[in-house]
Design a binder for this molecule. Sequence first.
Ligand code: SF4
Length: 101
Amino acid sequence: MFVVLGLALSLSVGLAVILSFASEALHVPEDPRLNDLINLLPLANCGQCGNPGCKGMAEAILGENTRLSACKPGDQAMRERIREYLETHPSEEGEFTKVKM
Ligand code: SF4
């Protein structure tokens, strides 16, 4: 009985260590502008833009894979705020994201 428990405990600790290392090794750094961009969107998470919610849309904008007009609840003022933000906030590499209205 104690042998089985000891084996299960050892296996659990071993898997935890492996997962911890894998988490560090596979970590993809997030663009620090992502949260600002999410908060500039309507936050309706309606999916009308074809993305899985506003976070997905923000990622698509940063990846230059969408137009701001894809966000149906968003108005011209929102698009202008996002364009202005991205024109004044380059990536960590110093590159500016091209905004498609
Ligand atoms: S359409 Fe706009 S409000 Fe709806 S999920 Fe996409 S970005 Fe968010």
